[in-house]
Design a protein around this ligand. Sequence first.
Ligand code: ATP
Ligand code: MG
Length: 394
Amino acid sequence: LPEDFKQALPVLEEIEQAGFEAYFVGGSVRDHILGLPIHDVDIATSAYPEEIKKIFKRTIDTGIQHGTVTVLLNDASYEITTFRTESGYQDYRRPDKVTFVRSLADDLKRRDFTINALAVDLNGNVIDKFDGLKDLDKKIIRAVGQAEARFHEDALRMMRAVRFQAQLNFQIEAQTAQAVADNAPLLSKIAIERIREEFVKLLLSQSWKTGFADFLKLNLSEYCPGFKDQRVELSELLNAEGTFVDEDAAWTAIGYALNMNHPEFNRFLRDWKVSNKVREASVNSLDMLHLFENQDYDLWNIYKFGLDNFERVLQLCQMLQIEFDYVDLKQKVEQISIKNSHDLAITGKDICEILGVKPGPIIGKSMSQIERAVVEGNVYNNFDELRHYLLSNQ
Ligand code: ATP
Ligand code: MG
């Protein structure tokens, strides 16, 4: 057993001692077998949430209606979920109501893909009811049971298929892929937040191009905001080199591929319900990227945008193979002699004295005038020069 599982063993042991079953399940089992780092160890059990709460002293009701209780033990926390089935799917969405069951097999059956339907017991034995190990070995994403039926139960699983494809660099098995292509319109039933979560994970993956190519090929893109009839434009991104550094970079690349202007891109990101922070950063980045593409190196603009952001956009331009004179731009930007107004060799107090005025809005105005002149290289950042500049620009 890997270290993460070993640490969690006492949890399994305590549950078993109380007369119930408990297993490691889901992503951690998959990632462990693949030799990948494990993030969170999920545990599934035959004990009901109330029973788990009796076994452990410190618990948190994380999602008790779905059967999940967090157990705190030895400075770590573990999510423990009761075996469950999900019946009564309505409208192609995962049901809110679940039924707790006592059988591991029933719990594994409701999971999305064979590679996610593995369990490991406290002795390290793998329980593999759906040939998940074989699919892991063949690098295949295959629905548990009838793919078509599984996507009807929960259409988000189609997005999860391409997301895992990108994260693991796997292929989607032929029948499962066909079922995605056939049922892609069902994606319109799914809340955009849930689609976005999978889509962003896809884009930020090492093998994002593999997942993105199938996202387009299997028609999923047609049912996402702003992507209808944009397959040709979006597939341009498959020529990019490398990976996205963060969510902002990924959205910016998409805005670029779709040839969006500022308001269009803003609207598009709102439709995807991207966070305000990410939306604002992405919109700014796309503006900047367009300036570079047009060889419009406005130093004041770049400076206000922030030099860290500048580097990130430059990196994105390289990734997208946008052509312009990088060396020229970098040289110009390197000549900016200050990072922010605090680096100016003159203060507001100095300006008051030089001009013989009291503090007020005029000082702020003079300050930014000086700042801009320094950034644009029109005056040296040294006290005497700035003083002279100030007096001669009154
Ligand atoms: P990650 O590394 O992203 O956490 P994961 O496999 O753990 O990957 P989660 O979304 O955390 O993915 O879900 C945990 C497990 O729950 C999955 O491995 C799968 O067995 C099951 N699962 C999650 N979402 C679904 C779904 N929509 N339909 C069926 N099973 C699901
Ligand atoms: Mg997980």
